[in-house]
Every structure is written in structure tokens, then in C-alpha cells.
Design a protein around this ligand. Sequence first.
Ligand code: AMP
Length: 299
Amino acid sequence: MRVITTIQEMVAERSSCASSQKVGFVPTMGYLHEGHLSLVREARKENEILIASIFVNPTQFGPHEDLASYPRDLPRDLQLLETFGVDTVFVPTPTEIYPPGFVTYVDPIGPLATEVEGATRPKHFRGVATIVLKLFQIILPHQAYFGQKDAQQAAVISRMVADLNLPINLRILSTIREADGLAMSSRNVYLNPEERAAATVLFRALQAGRMVFDTYLKAHSLEGVSAVVKTMAETVLAEPRARLDYAEVRDPDSFIQLEVSHAPALLLIAAKVGPARLIDNFLLRADGCWDIGIPVNDQ
Ligand code: AMP
């Protein structure tokens, strides 16, 4: 496995690939867990060349967020990626990506970028779209892999690929969960044992919301949507260690608020548990099937 830190070397490495070889790309911020590795595993099956990146992207963190304390363990990450058969890992420094004088951002607009996560984290999706487009330009993948765990990020990137006519096939894969339902996240390391137990409240709230949503699905009612939001919010509020940020039901592509209960729909939750801000979601696809994620041992 090649580990590359400069854009120049990465571009040279990429141009040495035969044009007939399909190149898959898995971007990450490192501190890898089974969620990341599920993307790597799938990408390995579907491509001749597999490139991953590890970059804690400063522009997607707000001024009071956890950029400085974001967990990092590069030696362990590299070992895991090697074991999973990755060909090349791109690990640039912040100044390699954002050299002095950098001014050009990709700035998505509208509810997709400014509501839900975008309301709590105002410049987050500007940072996400900018880094992902830069990485796409450097790596020129045929296919790129993202997790449904970060549903709004996946929707922003899907929109960017469509809007900018990028010739990339996006693969959005299901959320990988701990056995008790907690969505795997690098930030789960911030939780002490009591907080870790309380953190399952996001999954429990989504389960409760889903049950309510199912009962209203055929009714196509506004009441159905507000009942789901109420159920999810009440479930989180009943957990003393959790502070609700939002409970929402949105269209999975546009992130416009759902007016009536119908498929497709996305149930979304964000809450702080101790020092960790956690997000999670369940997706009701257009075909009426729920994607609620996969327990890590059932993969
Ligand atoms: P991150 O390192 O948090 O930026 O995540 C890198 C990629 O892994 C993103 O596409 C995430 O959506 C995805 N990812 C993170 N957690 C999970 C999870 N529990 N299941 C599936 N994908 C995930």
C-alpha cells in the first residue's frame, strides 16, 4: 500500500493507472471503525484500484467545534486499510489542501445546505463540498463511497455531482451500528460508560418515530409528520443525559420539510450526549422499504 502526502505525488500516482482500470475512492477523516470499513470492503469488491483518504478537514468544523480534539490514530488506520486491500492512501496536511491565499469554496445553497445540520453548523456543508470536490479533482475516481449515516452530507454531495456534471458514480451505503443500535462514529470515543449507554436514545427515538410513521403512511397526513417529530423529540427528552438538537422528517434528496407522511422520507435526529454531538437517521425509500442500517455483526 502506498501512502502519499502531496497532491503532486497523488496526481502522478493516479495518472499511472491504466485507463481501463476502474478507480474507487473512500474519503474519510480517519479514526476508522466498521462504518468506514464497510465502505472500503464494498469499494474493494467493485473496483480494480482502491484509493482512500484520511484528512480531518478544518473548513467543515465551526469555530467552537472539536477540530483540535478530533480523535486521530494514523498508524492504526494505515494498518487497517492495508489489511482491507487498499492500494493507495492519500494523507495530505491542511496546508497542502488549503495553501496560503486559498479563496475558492464550493458553497451549496438552499434548505439542503442551510437547514437541519446546516442550521446548527452554518459553514459545514461549504467545507464538505469544497474538500470533496478538491479530492475528486485530485483522485479522479470512477466511483466514490459515502455513508448514509451522514445523510445530509450524502445528499449535498449527490446534488453537487449532478449540478457540476461530475462523471462519478456515487455509492451511498447503509449505516453500520453497534449491537445495541448506536450508529458507529469516530466521536463515540468521547463517551464515558454512562453516556455510551444513554447514546442509544437516538436509535430508540428513530425506532419509535418509524413505528408512528408506519401507522400514518397510508393516510398521507400532516398530522402523521408532526406525530413522528413529537415521538422522536419526547424519546430524546426522556433521557436525562441527552440534549436534543433537532428531530425532523425531511425529503431525503432536497431536505425540504415533508408536508405529509409518504415515501420517500428521512427521519433525522441530532443530540448532545455528554461532550459528543451525535447524529443518526432512518431512511424510508421510495419503494416503501426502510433502511435503518445494519448491526456490525450482521454485515
Ligand atoms: P468520517 O470519517 O466521519 O468523515 O466518515 C467517512 C465516511 O464514512 C463518510 O462517508 C461517512 O458517512 C461514513 N460513515 C461514518 N460512520 C458510518 C457508519 N456508522 N456507517 C456507515 N458509514 C459511515
